[in-house]
Structure formats: structure tokens, C-alpha cells
Design a protein around this ligand. Structure first.
Ligand SMILES: NC(=O)c1ccc[n+]([C@@H]2O[C@H](COP(=O)([O-])OP(=O)(O)OC[C@H]3O[C@@H](n4cnc5c(N)ncnc54)[C@H](OP(=O)(O)O)[C@@H]3O)[C@@H](O)[C@H]2O)c1
Length: 248
């Protein structure tokens, strides 16, 4: 797909991976529709991206609120006929044992990481259908394939997301919309309980992380080259071994 002039909607653009995706798509001349809850970060991102002379629109949205999707789709409809690429780059990392996990924690994990993706796809489907060729990309995790101790709420949400995305890939096989899941190992962002600084320290001690800049470029180049498949797994060195031992 030639990305220049295509409409790319990133939900979770204020996050560590989402931000770099926005820059990677901007470097290819995409029109950017960026969303997250934090308005100040969205505005700062918009200012930075406008220096690259691309069209940028920002929208505040909480993926756990269906009413926000109703409002946002109405707003987007005024400016855009179709969406060519929808990226679900939002998520929360509830990393707790069963005894520490409240029902609220568990619900939050599923509401954001799983139901949020369902709502996103459901509400933006009419825009995706109008594109000659569209991609829906969601960011899954190795913890959506392997159970890990003290990560039950996160694992449950990402196992569910994997089921959702792989089912849709089959349901839409041969149609204009491709559903693609990225199953990722640890990425160097502030996601989850550790800060970015703490992760940088761990990296110095030998832990491996994926670079979010490189990851974003890989995703964009796979779209450009039409080489996306229903599930792409990218792990840093030793991630698989560590996840089996429950120490990721
Ligand atoms: N980093 C990793 O190690 C890693 C590994 C595997 C998979 N992933 C997946 O990759 C995705 C992005 O991770 P990241 O590293 O970029 O995390 P991050 O830096 O913590 O960003 C999380 C993003 O999710 C958004 N978000 C959270 N709750 C939201 C809500 N209720 N409504 C709307 N947006 C919400 C945040 O935006 P606002 O706060 O502005 O709303 C932010 O943009 C997640 O799905 C994560 O599970 C990450």
C-alpha cells in the first residue's frame, strides 16, 4: 500500500509505541488521526508532527466509554470519508497476583485491552469498509499466548484480544479489510509497573527490550510492502525463555 495521503487512525497515540507509529506514518506522508485521553500530550504531539508538513487531527477518547466512540465517529465523519489503517495501540498493564487483583482491576484490564478493541473495530468498521484496502492492527503480547504468574488480568485480556483478532482475520478473509495482530515481547516504553527510567536501568543490567522506534518502522514497512499476516510475533532476545519461567 502506498501510505502517502492515506488516512491512518491511531488510538493510543499518546503512548510509547503509538507516538513512534505516528512519526513513522508521518515520514511516509500519511494523514494522521490521533487519539488518547491526555489532551496536553496530544496537542504537543500535533505541534511536533505539523513540523513535518502532514495533516494531523487529534481527538480525545476513552476507549472504555462507548459514548466517546459515538461522539468521535460523528466528528471524524465531517472530515474523512474513509479510514485506511486503524491501529489499536492503547492498553493497560495490570500486573498483580490474584490476591492483589480487585474486581475493578480485572474489569479495567478487560475493558481497555479487550472490549476497547472491540468497540474501536465495531465503530470504525463503516469507515474501513469504504477504503479499497484497509488494515486493522492491534498490539498483542506474548502474554496472550503463555500464562504468566501474577499477570492474570493482563494475560486474560491479551489471550482474549488474540482470539478476537484471529477470528476477525478469518471472518474477513478475501475482503478489503485485513486484521493483523502484533504479538510483542517487552518494548522499551513506560508501559506496566516499571517506569521508562527503571527499564533503561534493567537494560543496562542485560535485560532485552524491543526498540519502539524500530518496531514502528517495521509495522509501517510491512503495510507498505503488503507483507502483513494475521499474526506477526516479535520478541526481544530471551523473551520466550523468560516468559516460560514467568520472569518477563
Ligand atoms: N511496552 C511493552 O512492553 C508492550 C509489550 C507487548 C505489548 N504491548 C502493548 O502495546 C500497547 C501499547 O503499549 P505502550 O508500550 O505504548 O504503552 P504506554 O506507553 O503505557 O501507552 C499506553 C497507551 O494506552 C492509552 N490508554 C490507556 N488507557 C486508555 C483508555 N481508557 N482510553 C484510551 N486510551 C487509553 C494511553 O493513552 P492516554 O493515557 O492518553 O489515554 C497510551 O496512549 C498496549 O496494548 C500493550 O499491551 C506493550
Amino acid at each position: 500500500m502506498d501510505i502517502k495521503g492515506k488516512n491512518v487512525l491511531i488510538l493510543g497515540a499518546t503512548g510509547g509505541i503509538g507516538r513512534h507509529l505516528a512519526f513513522a506514518f508521518a515520514s511516509r506522508g500519511a494523514n494522521l488521526l490521533l487519539s488518547g485521553r491526555r489532551k496536553m500530550i496530544l496537542s504537543a504531539l500535533e505541534r511536533e508532527l505539523k513540523n513535518l508538513s502532514v495533516l494531523v487531527k487529534t481527538y480525545s477518547l476513552d476507549v472504555t466509554r462507548e459514548a466517546d466512540f459515538v461522539f468521535l465517529t460523528r466528528k471524524i465523519k465531517k472530515d474523512f470519508k474513509n479510514i485506511d489503517v486503524l491501529i489499536n495501540a492503547f492498553g493497560v498493564g495490570v500486573y498483580k497476583s490474584l490476591e492483589e487483583t480487585s474486581f475493578g482491576d480485572f474489569k479495567k484490564s478487560l475493558d481497555v485491552n479487550l472490549s476497547g478493541v472491540f468497540l474501536s473495530i465495531k465503530y470504525f468498521l463503516p469507515f474501513l469498509k469504504k477504503s479499497p484496502k484497509a488494515y486493522v492492527i492491534s498490539l498483542g503480547s506474548g502474554m496472550g499466548k503463555v500464562g504468566v504468574a501474577k499477570r492474570l488480568a493482563y494475560c486474560a485480556s491479551k489471550f482474549g484480544l488474540r482470539g478476537l483478532m484471529l477470528s476477525l482475520a478469518k471472518e474477513y478473509k478475501g475482503k478489503n479489510i485485513k486484521f493483523c495482530l502484533f504479538t510483542l515481547g517487552s518494548v522499551l516504553t513506560s508501559f506496566g509497573p516499571l517506569t521508562l527510567e527503571e527499564k533503561i536501568e534493567k537494560q543496562k543490567e542485560g535485560k532485552n527490550y524491543l526498540d519502539p522506534v524500530q518496531l514502528a518502522k517495521t509495522i509501517v514497512s510491512k503495510i507498505e510492502n503488503d507483507t502483513l499476516i494475521e499474526e506477526t510475533t516479535i520478541y526481544p532476545k530471551d523473551y520466550y525463555k523468560e516468559s516460560k519461567k514467568g520472569i518477563v
